[in-house]
Ligand binder design. Sequence first.
Ligand code: HEM
Length: 178
Amino acid sequence: MKGIVFTEFNEMVETRFSPEMLDEIITECDLTSGGAYTAVGTYDHGELIQMAQALSDKTNTPVEQLVFAFGEHLAVRFSVLFTSFFDATNNTFDFMKTLDNHIHVEVKKLYPDADLPSFSFDDSDASCLIMEYRSSRGLSDLAHGLMTGVIRHYQENITINVEHVVGKEHVRFHLLAQ
Ligand code: HEM
């Protein structure tokens, strides 16, 4: 997993909790990388789960909730770092439909060793976009948070229903325009 995900996670822990909290979880996790992440480096995605679990234990917050909140945070950061993707469309459904065949394709060109999830879409109903997430990394809570952040970016009233097909590795999201 790319370092940018880790540097953003650490940034979120520092601002939402404290720099001390970040130091504590890095020390406790005894990470293979030592916790010194650079945005362009590549690290085991398990380290993110390890840190999220340690944060969960320390803050008595379910890990799902923390990974979801991190997704929301990441959407805001991506809208600043990769503005052009957000400017290319003016609503959530159109943005989402560019995710798999454009955004993540460009991400892969930028970071050839990136491990990206796959998304398929069903837009046969104009008021409901169905997005099917598949990834062996099982980060559907992150995807859920990212989607929520994108909806907030476009200031739309869309609710998300989550259908777990296979655990967190294969999940069908129903985005319903209100
Ligand atoms: C401009 C918008 C976006 C950019 C630039 C972007 C970029 C990235 C990058 C750099 C990674 C890390 C790859 C790696 O660590 O090797 C990633 C992973 C991921 N992205 Fe995106 N992404 C964007 C939008 C989204 C959205 C809207 C979603 C959800 C609908 C999403 C879902 C995910 C998930 C769940 C992962 C984690 C890897 C996995 O589950 O296998 N991304 N993305």
